[in-house]
Every structure is written in structure tokens, then in C-alpha cells.
Design a protein around this ligand. Structure first.
Ligand SMILES: [Zn+2]
Length: 118
């Protein structure tokens, strides 16, 4: 069996799908990885990555929120409450939306490169 292509890894990560078949859902709940793929039966017990995805989410979401804050301030100079009203929900939404994608990407990369601790 040949390893999945990089494009299919990105696709399965963006869609939160199994890194092997690309069709079965990766998560049983919001961020809980399913024990097995419902489509191909791949054992997903290898998918343990600690805090790895959250680091990348903080970097990406923080960059986007800070760029938006600077743009708003330079362009419109709104009062502080407008920043809080716009950027607060934006930061929370970005983090919650990106976490499954980055977790799925790390699972796909672990699957591709067969990284195992121990
Ligand atoms: Zn599968």
C-alpha cells in the first residue's frame, strides 16, 4: 500500500476525515478522535499528540486577530468597545474552528510518517 499523497493529506485534514481512506469521519465528538475509522477500520489509537494542535491554532488565530486589530485601528480608529465586540468573538470562533482542522492535520501527518513515541 503506497502512502497517501500530500494533497490527500491536506484534503482529509481540512475535511476532518480518516487519513487512510479520506471518507470516514476522524472525530467521534468535537475533538475526540474516534477509536477506529467507520469506513476502512483503521485503528486510530496512534493519534495522540498532546497540545500540538493548540500551539499552531494560537499562532494562526493570534496573527489573524492582531492583523485585524491593527487594520481596524489604523483605518477606522474605533473606540475600544468596538475592538472587543469584533475581535473577541473572532478570536474564539477562529480557535474553535481551527482546532479540529489542525488536530486532523497532525493525525494525518502522524499517519503518513508513522511517528510513534516509545
Ligand atoms: Zn478510514
Amino acid at each position: 500500500m503506497s502512502p497517501p499523497s500530500t494533497a490527500s493529506l491536506w484534503r482529509s485534514a481540512l475535511l476532518c476525515r480518516c487519513p487512510s481512506c479520506g471518507t470516514g469521519p476522524l472525530f467521534a465528538r468535537y475533538l475526540k478522535v474516534a477509536p477506529r475509522c467507520r469506513s476502512c477500520g483503521l485503528d486510530l489509537a496512534f493519534a495522540e499528540h498532546g497540545d500540538g494542535p493548540s500551539v499552531f491554532v494560537v499562532l494562526v488565530a493570534g496573527t489573524v486577530v492582531m492583523a485585524t486589530a491593527m487594520f481596524l485601528e489604523v483605518r477606522y480608529a474605533p473606540p475600544l468597545w468596538v475592538h472587543a465586540l469584533v475581535l473577541g468573538p473572532m478570536a474564539v470562533g477562529l480557535c474553535l474552528g481551527l482546532l479540529p482542522v489542525f488536530k486532523s492535520l497532525l493525525v494525518a501527518l502522524q499517519f503518513r510518517y508513522r511517528r510513534e513515541d516509545e
